[in-house]
Write a protein that binds this ligand. Structure first.
Ligand code: SF4
Length: 358
C-alpha cells in the first residue's frame, strides 16, 4: 500500500446499539458530541504539525466502531469538520470503518458528497453460524450486498476478519478468506480474537465454554489466509490489535493470543519454513549466505535471531550470513561456495496452498 499520513479520530459510540459478544464498547453512552467535535478539531490540528512528508496523501480516519451507525446529524457534523481541512488543502480525503448493515444508498451518497475515499467493513466472518453465535446482528448476505454497493459507488473497500471467534475453526476461517478474495477488497485486516474484560465472551471463557486460541494456533490459521491474500494482491495492512494502554495482557485482555508484533511472528514463521525446505539440500558444515530484500531480512533472521539459531542447529551450518539488498522483494537467494538456490516467494506460496488443497 502506498504510504499515507493518517490522522486517527476515534469517534465515541454514543451507545452502540449492537452487542457483539467479544466487544465491550457498547457500554459507552451519554457522551456529548459537541464537546467531542471541538476536541477532534484540536487533535487534527495537532496531528497536522507532526507529518514530515507533506507530499504524501493525508487522510482523516474515523475509527472506533460504526461510523455510519451514528445518527445522520452527528455523522454529517464529523464529515463537515473533516471537509473543513480538505477545503484548506491540509487533508486529501477521509476513511472510516463501519458495519455492513449500516450501508445503503442514502448513506453512500452522503459519504461520496463529503469526500470519503475508503470504507472498511467490520465483517469478522462469512460463516452464518459464527456470525449468529457471536451476536453480530447481520449475516453473510448483508456483507456481500454492502461490499458490492461500496465498490459500485467507487469507494476503496477494506474488510476486517477475525479468527478464533466463538464456534469458529480453521476450515471456517479459510472459507471466509476465500470468499473475501471473491469479493476483492483493496485491503484487509486480520484480528485474532481476544477475550476482553466485561464481555459475554469473558463469561463464556470463565465458564469453560469458550477456549481461546494459543498464539501458535492463531499463526497456523493466519498463515494460509495471509498467503491467499498476498497471492491475490490484497494488502494485509494489519495483523493483531495494536497494543494500547488497555489492550495489553493483564489489563483489558483477559485471555487469548495477544502479541504486540503479530506480523513479525507470522512472517518469520513463513520465511523459516520457506528457507528450511531449501537449506536441507546443502551439505553439513557448509558456509551459507542468505540474500534478500531489506524488507524481508528481519523475517529470515527472526526476532532475537530465533530463525538463525534454528537453521544453524537444524542443518548443521557452520556459518550463516544474511545480506539485505534493495533488489526484487519477491526473491530469496541461498548460496554456498558450490551451490546457489533462488526461491521465488510467490511460487512457494502457490505450492503451499496447492499442498493444503485450498
Ligand atoms: S464490535 Fe462494533 S458493532 Fe459490535 S458491539 Fe462493538 S462497536 Fe458495536
Amino acid at each position: 500500500m502506498s504510504k499515507l499520513n493518517i490522522i486517527p479520530v476515534f469517534v465515541p459510540h454514543y451507545g452502540c446499539p449492537n452487542d457483539c459478544i467479544f466487544c465491550n464498547q457498547r457500554k459507552i453512552t451519554n457522551k456529548n458530541y459537541a464537546d467531542d467535535l471541538i476536541k477532534t478539531r484540536l487533535d487534527i490540528e495537532e496531528y497536522l504539525t507532526f507529518f514530515s512528508n507533506k507530499n504524501q496523501e493525508t487522510q482523516i480516519a474515523f475509527y472506533g466502531g460504526s461510523f455510519t451507525g451514528l445518527s445522520e446529524d452527528v455523522m454529517i457534523e464529523y464529515l463537515k469538520l473533516a471537509n473543513f481541512f480538505i477545503d484548506k488543502n491540509l487533508v486529501n480525503s477521509i476513511r472510516l470503518s463501519t458495519r455492513p448493515d449500516y450501508i445503503n444508498d442514502s448513506i453512500l451518497e452522503i459519504l461520496k458528497y463529503y469526500n470519503v475515499k475508503t470504507i472498511e467493513l467490520g465483517v469478522q466472518s462469512l460463516d452464518d453460524d459464527v456470525l449468529y453465535y457471536n451476536n453480530r446482528g447481520h449475516n453473510s448476505h448483508t456483507v456481500f450486498k454492502a461490499s458490492e454497493k461500496i465498490k459500485e459507488y467507487g469507494f476503496e473497500l477494506g474488510l476486517q476478519q477475525m479468527i478464533g471467534l466463538y464456534k469458529d475453526n480453521y476450515e471456517k476461517s479459510l472459507r471466509t478468506a476465500k470468499r473475501f478474495v471473491e469479493i476483492g477488497p483493496k485491503f484487509v485486516r486480520i484480528y485474532p480474537t481476544l477475550v476482553i474484560k466485561d464481555t459475554k465472551l469473558e463469561d463464556l471463557f470463565l465458564k469453560g465454554i469458550y477456549k481461546p486460541l494459543t498464539i501458535d494456533e492463531a499463526i497456523n490459521i493466519i498463515k494460509p489466509i495471509y498467503i491467499m491474500y498476498s497471492l491475490n494482491s490484497i494488502d494485509v495492512i494489519r495483523i493483531g490489535l495494536q497494543p494500547t494502554d488497555n489492550i495489553n495482557e493483564g489489563k483489558d485482555v483477559v485471555a487469548g493470543p495477544f502479541h504486540a508484533a503479530f506480523r513479525q511472528l507470522l512472517l518469520q514463521e513463513i520465511f523459516k519454513e520457506m528457507s528450511s525446505k531449501e537449506l536441507s539440500l546443502f551439505e553439513n558444515g557448509e558456509e551459507i549466505s542468505i540474500i534478500a530484500n531489506n524488507k524481508n531480512i528481519s523475517y529470515l533472521v527472526g526476532n532475537k535471531g530465533i530463525n538463525k539459531k534454528y537453521y544453524s542447529s537444524e542443518f548443521n551450518i557452520n556459518k550463516i550470513k544474511f545480506i539485505g539488498t534493495k533488489e526484487d522483494n519477491s526473491k530469496v537467494i541461498i548460496k554456498s561456495n558450490i551451490e546457489k538456490i533462488k526461491i521465488d516467494i510467490y511460487n512457494y506460496y502457490r505450492e503451499y496452498l496447492r499442498n493444503l488443497e485450498v
